[in-house]
Design a protein around this ligand. Structure first.
Ligand code: NAD
Ligand code: MG
Length: 387
């Protein structure tokens, strides 16, 4: 029996993890889980499965839950997150928190020698140098949940990583794939949230539309597979069937295919190195799909992608600025405060105003993240003063 802590259980990845675990209750148990503010969802989950340790963001919510569930251990805040990410009974921590907030519990879980199933890509984007070092020192597994990275991970099974020529990250292109720059002026939040292939949380769906998601994934791939940025190529593949590929030195290309269903990479991270039946999973019907298409991304049109490569290559604290500014701008767009195209403009401006710190410590990253968010807010006058 594998005991799991699921961080961000009420979200899109979190709920699909609950589904996977429910379908394999003979091999997995969710020992602990964390949620943000959706307490009704926590109660809903507790009706389906028994979870002993629970962490929420607010103290008031924790007090409410403790009254309702006197026999459970209820925590709150960052301390609570760390507590449930480091429990001695837990074998693996699946981190499905969205954003920078996922960083600290990942670090503490690794230090407590837990294997990590990582959906929270922001963790690797901002602190890849810290995470990869800790993973080595503590001899734990860092298993990707992101579908592209799971595909690459699967394509590398039994291979010599030194023989990788390049990684080909596929991208659906998001909701605005076929729109020109001019057509993007004035697009609505609702349109941006209408992803053609995947149903995901709001932040990542907007990131898919800007292609910041793919940019973050380029940086994530660099750290997960220890390749250079020149070895990572992005390919637009609207059907989202080939989840990513690896080309080896002999020009052989190995990829992983499947219907777009996040439960598969979630489950693979939990069963690795084994596989198991995917409950309700339909076989891929290539004859029905008939054609798979590919296109090189236009870096002028998808400015976010160019910015991510640039920040990744400069390294140090730059990816943290990219991430923090994007998280803030993404939220402002979702709240109707800025235009869609302002997201990349604001991130670009934040990057150009930041003096790179070469090997940032965790404390410095926390400060840089706060600076980037603040920079964006000041740029649009949200804090009342113009930058
Ligand atoms: P979501 O918004 O649906 O869920 C996020 C979860 O994190 C929720 O449980 C929320 O309560 C919790 N949370 C948010 N802010 C928090 C905070 N400050 N402190 C503690 N908890 C907090 O997001 P999602 O779509 O499930 O994505 C989660 C992560 O997985 C993201 O990093 C995303 O990039 C990655 N990911 C998602 C998908 C997908 O299909 N949804 C695919 C690949 C990668
Ligand atoms: Mg992905």
């Amino acid at each position: 029996m594998k005991n799991i802590t699921v961080l961000g259980v009420t979200g899109s990845i979190g709920m699909q993890t609950v589904d996977v675990v429910k379908n394999h209750s003979d091999r997995f148990k969710i020992k602990a889980m964390s949620a943000g503010f959706n307490i009704a969802k926590v109660e809903e989950i507790l009706e389906m499965i028994d979870v002993e340790y629970i962490c929420v963001v607010n103290k008031e919510d924790a007090t409410y839950l403790q009254k309702k569930y006197p026999h459970k251990y209820i925590y709150h805040g960052t301390e609570g997150l760390i507590k449930i990410a480091t429990l001695s009974e837990v074998d693996i921590v699946l981190n499905a928190i969205v954003g920078f907030a996922g960083l600290l519990p990942t670090i503490e879980a690794i230090k407590a020698k837990k294997d990590i199933a990582l959906a929270n890509k922001e963790t690797l984007v901002v602190a890849g140098h810290i995470i990869t070092k800790l993973v080595k020192e503590n001899n734990v597994k860092l298993l990707p949940v992101d579908s592209e990275h799971s595909a690459i991970f699967q394509s590398l099974n039994g291979e010599n990583r030194k023989q990788i020529k390049k990684i080909i990250l596929t991208a659906s292109g998001g909701s605005f794939r076929d729109k020109s720059c001019e057509e993007l002026v004035g697009v609505s939040v609702q349109e941006a949230l209408n992803h053609p292939n995947w149903s995901m949380g709001a932040k990542i769906t907007i990131d898919s539309a800007t292609l910041f998601n793919k940019g973050l994934e380029v940086i994530e791939a660099k750290w997960l597979f220890d390749v250079s940025y020149d070895q990572i190529e992005v390919l637009i593949h609207p059907e989202s069937i080939i989840h990513s590929m690896v080309e080896f030195v002999d020009t052989s290309v190995i990829g992983q295919l499947g219907n777009p269903d996040m439960r598969l990479p979630i489950q693979y991270a939990l069963t690795y190195p084994e596989r198991d039946v995917l409950a309700g999973g339909a076989s891929l019907d290539l004859a029905k799909i008939a054609a798979l298409t590919f296109k090189k991304p236009d870096f002028k049109r998808f400015r976010a992608l160019a910015l991510a490569y640039q920040a990744g290559r400069e390294g140090g604290s730059k990816p943290c600025v990219l991430n923090g500014a994007n998280e803030q701008a993404n939220e402002l767009f979702r709240n109707g405060k800025i235009e869609f195209l302002q997201i990349e403009e604001l991130v670009e401006k934040a990057l150009s105003c930041h003096q790179t710190i070469k090997e940032p410590t965790l404390q410095q990253l926390i400060e840089v993240d706060a600076w980037a968010r603040d920079f964006v807010l000041k740029e649009i006058g949200e804090d009342g003063c113009k930058h």
